[in-house]
Design a protein around this ligand. Structure first.
Ligand code: SF4
Ligand code: SF4
Ligand code: SF4
Length: 272
């Protein structure tokens, strides 16, 4: 039973957040929202412990579809980065700001880029494409993420500066348009560079938050040098080109790790 402690602890943490927010904000939505996410993640960890092959993909679909369809399209919350700026400038501490604070700004101090491996609705689709790992070296295109990040900030700032009305409406359509653009670029780039995660590596504006915070992540993959036989299998299966056998925080592409566990599953010596 000891091995099932982790999903139980995770579920308890989410329930504490759910109940606390529900009481302090007097809104039942938080109870439902965080309970649902907690159950999805705990189920994924449980299935992973049971060695079920598609455990991560199940969590990704449960959380990603919930956020995209229920929160985004039905509740009309813009959960993209523009939505974060919008709610932040409006002074509203609601779903998108809470979501960014928990999943993308402070959460990565604990669980790194777990969001990218288990919950992101953009990667949820990209991970279905055929190029699980890139066979080619990384391109020098990482600067693009700063342009997309700045563009989102300028777009929302301009709406506020010019006192544009009907902002709720605009943000909803920005969410739909933004997702169509992300999926279009993400899928196109995956085929062009033969790399499912090319969008994550070069374009995604959220990585401007995720990367520096995940540098300090408490949860990270470490290599037991005593067991490692330097076969290189772990690096071959890593979708994010992380130099896993280097245990230092400065390891190559260290802040790219999405905790997908492919390296752990494929290490023949159980060194990770
Ligand atoms: S890098 Fe961006 S697109 Fe990729 S998984 Fe993370 S948040 Fe999603
Ligand atoms: S797969 Fe395991 S044994 Fe092989 S290099 Fe990686 S950590 Fe070492
Ligand atoms: S394969 Fe390992 S190092 Fe690479 S992203 Fe997945 S968990 Fe991180």
């Amino acid at each position: 039973m000891k091995q099932y402690m982790l999903p139980a602890v995770l579920l308890s943490i989410f329930e504490i957040v759910a109940v606390t927010l529900c009481i302090t904000k007097d809104n039942l939505f938080y109870l439902f929202n965080f309970s649902y996410i907690g159950i999805s993640i705990s189920l994924g960890v449980f299935l992973f412990i049971r060695k079920y092959k598609y455990a991560r993909r199940i969590v990704q679909l449960l959380v990603g579809l919930y956020m995209l369809i229920y929160l985004g399209l039905i509740c009309r919350e813009n959960m993209q980065i523009e939505g974060f700026w919008y709610y932040l400038f409006s002074g509203v501490f609601e779903a998108a700001t809470i979501h960014y604070a928990v999943a993308k700004i402070f959460g990565p101090l604990l669980f790194g880029r777990g969001w990218c491996g288990y919950a992101c609705w953009t990667a949820m689709v990209l991970d279905f494409l055929p190029y699980k790992t890139s066979k080619e070296p990384r391109r020098n295109l990482e600067w693009i993420r700063y342009i997309t990040f700045s563009a989102s900030l300028v777009f929302v700032s301009a709406l506020f500066l010019y006192k544009v009305t009907n902002l709720e409406h605009i943000m909803f359509f920005a969410f739909i348009a933004g997702n169509i653009i992300y999926y279009g670029i993400g899928i196109g780039l995956a085929f062009a560079l033969k790399d499912n995660r090319a969008f994550c590596k070069y374009i995604c504006p959220v990585t401007v938050f995720l990367k520096p915070m995940s540098y300090f992540s408490l949860i990270r993959i470490k290599c037991d040098k005593e067991k490692c036989v330097s076969c290189g299998k772990c690096k071959q299966v890593c979708p994010m080109d992380v130099d896993i056998t280097d245990n230092s925080r400065k390891r190559k592409n260290g802040t790219e790790c999405i905790l997908c566990m492919e390296c752990v599953k494929n290490c023949p010596k159980g060194a990770l």
